[in-house]
Design a protein around this ligand. Structure first.
Ligand code: GDP
Length: 365
């Protein structure tokens, strides 16, 4: 299962947010492949299309797709030099697919700020610097090794050095490795370095509970937005404290509480959706009377690979798939109407699954 790591300085609200995530957490029986670990929370991805399909098909159950949030506490200034439990935490970041960086945008004199005062840009740069320094170390080691190997006359190493030098240059200028444009081939060359600053990032601006309805006008949030815009990153304003309270409510109570706060949806839902977008994923659906379900694939996955997400037997024995796009199905009104309209396509092994496809797989067992 794909995962997002939650990072940030101490006392910015990471644990509070993570507790809200686990409270709101998914039915883990539905997700046999999720990690069992106190620092990992599985979240379901809210998706209007899944709700609509459920309305159309009225199945016995509906299962959203899910991914994992990992609480990576303990990142402090000096982590790259082993401060705190530095290296251990950096190793945890290496394993996640994307990063949610929590930034403190709330004032509260009772809660110590590790750097003395609330200053979101400073905080972001402190964390980013640790990640950059850790990457500098990885890149320099690799350059040294590749240079040695180059002496044998192998061209691949020369190319590797060239790419690594470009990344090193960016890192020396305090820029993350993701800011360096790489071709697919170049990406493969550096993939096994598992650089921390290659991972996509979004900022969760943690605002105070009374400022949550007006978060966009919070000057700290505005600073974070400006900073994030420069690197093309998204910002989700959220009040971790409010989310922790919301997570304990359900149904009507939740709706009432949101209305009192002047909010339309929970910040956690918006954060989950933004994180899912950040992971660069597509969702396809299966829709049967037993179960309507959303599944996650990476962009560019072909039909057999998509089938394999359900079960490896589906991939091995794949024959073909019946496919209808979400828009066509909704316009037709039902699966049988879509069939009559000729919108149910038969696709083979080379078909690249699109976001929103409703798939029915035919396979040999
Ligand atoms: P972490 O060290 O980043 O995991 O931070 P915690 O989640 O433990 O939060 C540190 C302290 O800040 C706790 O006492 C929280 O209750 C408090 N806190 C978190 N979010 C908010 C908030 O939005 N407003 C206020 N006033 N306090 C908060």
């Amino acid at each position: 299962m794909l995962s997002c790591g939650i990072v940030g300085l101490p006392n910015v609200g990471k644990s509070t947010l993570f507790n809200a995530i686990t409270q709101a957490g998914a039915e883990s029986a539905n997700y046999p492949f999720c990690t069992i670990d106190p620092n990992v929370g599985v979240v379901e991805v809210p998706d209007e299309r899944l709700d609509k399909l459920t309305e159309m098909v009225t199945p016995n159950r509906t299962v959203p797709t899910a991914f994992e949030f990992v609480d990576i506490a303990g990142l402090v200034r000096g982590a790259s030099k082993g401060e705190g439990l530095g290296n251990k935490f950096l190793a945890h970041i290496r394993e996640v697919d994307a990063i949610v960086h929590v930034v403190r945008c709330f004032e509260d004199e009772n809660i110590t700020h590790v750097e003395g005062k609330v200053n979101p840009i400073n905080d972001i740069q402190t964390i980013n610097l640790e990640l950059i320094l850790a990457d500098v170390e990885s890149v320099e080691k690799r350059i040294e090794r590749a240079r040695k190997n180059m002496k044998g006359g192998n061209k691949q190493y020369a190319q590797e050095v060239e790419v690594l030098e470009r990344i090193k240059e960016a890192l020396y200028n305090d820029q993350p490795a993701r800011s360096v444009e790489l071709t697919d081939e170049e990406k493969v060359l550096v993939r096994d370095l598992h650089l921390l600053t290659v991972k996509p990032v979004l900022y969760a601006a943690n605002v105070s509970e009374d400022g949550v309805a007006d978060a966009d006008n919070n000057p700290y949030v505005q600073q974070v937005k400006e900073f994030a815009a420069a690197e093309g990153a998204e910002v989700v304003p959220i009040s971790a404290k409010v989310e922790a309270e919301i997570a304990e409510l359900d149904g009507e109570d939740k709706a009432m509480f949101l209305e009192e706060l002047g909010l339309q949806s929970s910040g956690l839902d918006r954060l989950i959706q933004a994180a899912y977008r950040l992971l660069g994923l597509y969702t396809y659906f299966t829709a049967g009377v037993q179960e309507v379900r959303a599944w996650t694939i990476r962009k560019g996955t072909k039909a057999p690979g998509a089938a394999g997400v359900i079960h490896s037997d589906f991939e091995r024995g794949f024959i073909r798939a019946e496919v209808v796009s979400y828009e066509d199905l909704v316009a037709a009104g039902s699966m049988s109407a879509a069939r009559e309209r000729g919108q149910l396509r038969l696709e083979g092994k080379e078909y690249v699954v699109q976001d929103g496809d409703i798939m029915h797989f035919r396979f040999n067992v």
